[in-house]
Design a protein around this ligand. Structure first.
Ligand SMILES: NC(=O)c1ccc[n+]([C@@H]2O[C@H](COP(=O)([O-])OP(=O)(O)OC[C@H]3O[C@@H](n4cnc5c(N)ncnc54)[C@H](OP(=O)(O)O)[C@@H]3O)[C@@H](O)[C@H]2O)c1
Length: 290
């Protein structure tokens, strides 16, 4: 069974689309904390490199929030952007110097002293695990990052990096939902369980597609039917399906609407029985299990 970590994280990837001023972003963060979500997910590249500064502005408008929240950030993807004129080609960069510089920049933009977690955003074919290890040790010693993890890693990539680290990777943030089932069968969730790593599910509602799944599809019908049986919304059932997995998945919720987040947190009340879980899996796969 996995260690710590709550069942929900608030993802701020879409923040630049929310049309909120810093005080409103601070209000959103504060409302999440009131719902029991104290961990927030960002990345250096989100919002074309603007997301972390927006969160920083929000925290500046309400500095008391800083001590109530934990921030996860990521590095390793280099976008072609007006904000990074030196990038000619989209690429990955997990070099020692890039990791250190990226974290320093994240801390500066966010206006905080330390990240709760730093994740390597995607597996880099040029990843040198020894270099990453050296950067992690420096960041930890300097008190700039408390914990480390990865994102979108397959088990062999996770194992390679872990083999060079003195401390355990704490998470693998991966795409998991009823519309994205790969990690159930490719060994990723098995590895999380074996190594007591808490998986974080990004796009747990498939970016909203699960909320809007047509009744014309087997999955849309199954979500509605099982929702009626449990007295839950379809979105709550989609989250309850993740919560039922023994890897103790944390869902990274991407909504900018606090009412929706509140409803999804309530999904904890619905513990799906085994047959309902498989009913949804079969509907999602579009065919019976073997
Ligand atoms: N590690 C990675 O590679 C990676 C990749 C992508 C994302 N992420 C992280 O994962 C987080 C979540 O991703 P996501 O935004 O795709 O998650 P999601 O929770 O699956 O989707 C959220 C989107 O669905 C919409 N939505 C529509 N109807 C909804 C309903 N009834 N309830 C809730 N949401 C509804 C939301 O709109 P409203 O805002 O209008 O509610 C929002 O645009 C991101 O913020 C980011 O932190 C990580």
């Amino acid at each position: 069974m996995s260690t710590s970590s709550s069942s929900f994280i608030s993802g701020l990837w879409r923040i630049t689309q929310w049309d909120m001023n810093p005080e409103q972003v601070a209000g959103h963060i504060s409302a999440c904390v009131d719902l029991g979500i104290d961990t927030f997910d960002v990345a250096d590249i989100y919002g074309d490199y603007q997301c972390e500064s927006m969160v920083g502005a929000a925290l500046k408008s309400n500095p008391a929030l800083k001590s109530r929240i934990k921030l996860i950030s990521k590095c390793g993807i280099a976008l072609v952007s007006w904000a990074r004129p030196e990038h000619r080609v989209k690429h990955y960069n997990t070099s020692h110097n890039h990791i250190i510089a990226s974290v320093e920049n994240s801390l500066n933009c966010l206006g905080i002293e330390r990240l709760h977690q730093l994740l390597i955003h995607r597996p880099d074919p040029l990843m040198d695990a020894d270099e990453i290890s050296e950067a992690f040790v420096k960041l930890k010693r300097a008190g700039k990052v408390a914990e480390f993890g990865v994102s979108n890693f397959l088990p062999h990539q996770f194992n390679l990096l872990q083999s060079r680290l003195d401390e355990p990777l704490r998470t693998n943030q991966i795409e998991i939902s009823l519309l994205h089932l790969g990690s159930l069968f490719d060994g990723t969730l098995n590895q999380c369980q074996r190594m007591n790593v808490t998986p974080q599910a990004w796009s747990p509602l498939a970016g909203g597609r699960l909320a809007n799944q047509s009744e014309e599809t087997p999955l849309g019908r199954a979500l509605t039917r099982i929702g009626q049986e449990y007295g839950a919304t379809r979105e709550q059932i989609a989250i309850a399906w993740l919560l039922r997995h023994p890897a103790r998945i944390s869902s990274v919720l991407g909504s900018g609407k606090i009412q929706r987040i509140s409803e999804l947190v309530d999904a904890k009340k619905f513990v799906l029985d085994r047959q309902s879980w498989f009913d949804l899996l079969e509907a999602a796969q579009g065919c019976p299990i073997p």
